[in-house]
Design a protein around this ligand. Structure first.
Ligand code: SF4
Length: 503
């Protein structure tokens, strides 16, 4: 996982090493099970401007982070950066996400994906060293607090590499081919860098398993999906909810819970036929229910009641037996799983996780992810480190930053007259994105005013760009002053420059 790549394949595939825009964010919800972020907003204390303005648009499991923030429970945030160039204004957004979570109480991690840059992009170690230093400076200038955070380079983190080796035992080449499209010609070090990324994602949990949020662009989702799988494969046990002998996915569990809530006051005990009848009557043509109906049909007269199920994945029978005796609630123990009644998922999950840690297991939580929109390039299309005019580096001369904004494409109409009549297309305008993502900072009313003035035709592109260009020049001056101020902190860091420096 890193925050340097883009994707523009219109067909629904996501390539973490691609280099283009996501055309339709809605496809990500439909095809990859990424959830919409907006529903969580009311429960988040002090959401930042990226959250409030819909720039952060999707997540996997962010509810756990909201709960951790609100109840002050431990959690972590981690993101990585591939040092293929200096950080630009698109990366500043990710710096801000990390720092925001750190301020909400997270232990923060930011890593330099130097092994990936070397393996997947072929960068020399000398180039990597220079860019890595600038990423670190950018993070520090954005407020990353070294007291409650950790910065590291992949190449110097032995624990990450050891974990990557363990993860390699849990996967194989054909899985890598199907996820990443690797071919017979893919270098093994590229493959190894994927395992290193997965290890990075799980690294915050090595000492203390806890919910960990990974802010990334949606092109990095394959890494998250793989790592979530690997995290569960390394568990000794899994804990799920169930209502009868069969297993159900998340959507099916929602249907089953609704059915139980409706029927349980009318009949005791319920059986699976009762539930099947209700679901078929209420949802006669719901395709989501086809598989579930088959399961209910097979279970037939089995008692239908809520339970928490522990499944033994990797523990010996003896250890599984010891876990069973640790649980005092009403239960039925089978050879490879046990069902616990009249208890909560959280309570049982805590017991199992604690037991697993006691017995040398990782007890990882599946990593959670937070997805932001990509910033458009100033020349149209993607913002890319390899297209100088498309981006503005955080280390760029402020005058050059000013000029790039002035030269930017816009969402303006063919003429001022038409723009006054029809309004501009702020939603397609890279300059508006500069205002929304960066230049108006936390001032929502300013961003809103730009949007309204643009779309109602009272704002024209020439003046709008001049205003944004001036703000950009000031932003770069201020930011580079902060970079100067944090430079002495670099000396406190013991990041090795590259692998040959290790002893
Ligand atoms: S007025 Fe500003 S926001 Fe609107 S299209 Fe022109 S440059 Fe973009």
């Amino acid at each position: 996982m890193n925050n340097n790549s883009r994707n523009d394949q219109k067909e629904i595939s996501i390539d973490p090493w691609g280099s283009s825009n996501i055309e339709d964010y809605d496809d990500l919800f439909n095809h990859f099970g990424i959830s919409k972020f907006e529903h969580l907003l009311p429960d988040i204390p002090n959401p930042n401007h990226l959250m409030r303005r819909g720039i952060i648009f999707g997540h996997r499991g962010y509810q756990s982070i909201v709960e951790a923030i609100n109840s002050k429970n431990p959690f972590s945030v981690l993101s990585g950066f591939m040092p293929t160039g200096d950080p630009h204004i698109g990366h500043k957004m990710v710096f801000d996400e990390i720092v925001w979570h750190q301020k909400q109480g997270a232990k923060a991690y930011a890593l330099i994906a130097d092994l990936e840059a070397h393996a997947a992009r072929g960068l020399s170690w000398n180039d990597i060293d220079g860019h890595a230093k600038n990423y670190i400076l950018g993070l520090l200038a954005s407020g990353f607090d070294l007291e409650s955070g950790e910065l590291y380079r992949q190449s110097s983190n032995r624990r990450v590499q050891d974990l990557a080796f363990e993860l390699g035992i849990e996967t194989n080449f054909s899985e890598m081919q199907s996820i990443y499209g690797f071919s017979d010609n893919t270098e093994l070090s590229h493959l190894q860098s994927v395992l290193t990324q997965a290890a990075d994602i799980l690294y915050p949990q090595l000492d203390q398993p806890q919910p960990t949020i990974i802010p990334v662009g949606p092109d990095q989702d394959p890494h998250l999906r793989l790592t979530r799988d690997l995290a569960s494969r390394l568990r000794l046990f899994s804990v799920t909810e169930a209502y009868a002998s069969f297993e159900s996915n998340d959507l099916e569990l929602i249907y089953l819970k609704q059915a139980f809530d409706k029927l349980s006051s009318k009949k005791t005990p319920l059986n699976c036929n009762d539930v099947l009848e209700l679901l078929e009557n209420e949802n006669p043509s719901d395709e989501n229910l086809i598989a579930l109906s088959t399961k209910l049909q097979s279970a037939s007269t089995e008692v239908f009641s809520p339970r928490i199920r522990i499944i033994n994945h990797r523990a010996t029978s003896q250890l599984f037996g010891e876990l069973a005796s640790r649980i005092s609630e009403e239960k039925q123990v089978y050879k490879e799983h046990m069902d616990i009644f009249n208890s909560s998922y959280m309570a049982i999950d805590d017991i199992v996780r604690e037991f697993e840690i006691e017995h040398g297991g990782y007890a990882f939580y599946p990593p959670l992810s937070l997805y932001h929109r990509f910033m458009s390039g100033l020349t149209g299309g993607k913002m890319s480190s390899s297209i100088p005019d498309s981006h503005i580096s955080l280390f760029e001369d402020p005058e050059s930053g000013y000029k790039k904004v002035k030269a930017s494409t816009t969402g303006g109409r063919e003429s001022a007259k038409i723009q006054r009549e029809m309004g501009g297309e702020a939603d397609k305008c890279p300059v508006y994105e500069l205002y929304a993502y960066l230049l108006t900072q936390e001032d929502d009313s300013y961003a809103q005013r730009v949007y309204e003035e643009c779309t109602t035709g009272t704002r024209l592109c020439g003046d709008c760009k001049e205003e944004a260009a001036n703000l950009m020049r000031e932003f770069l001056k201020d930011y580079q002053q902060k970079i100067k101020e944090v430079e002495p902190l670099l000396e406190e860091l013991t990041l090795r420059t590259h692998p040959e420096d290790s002893d």
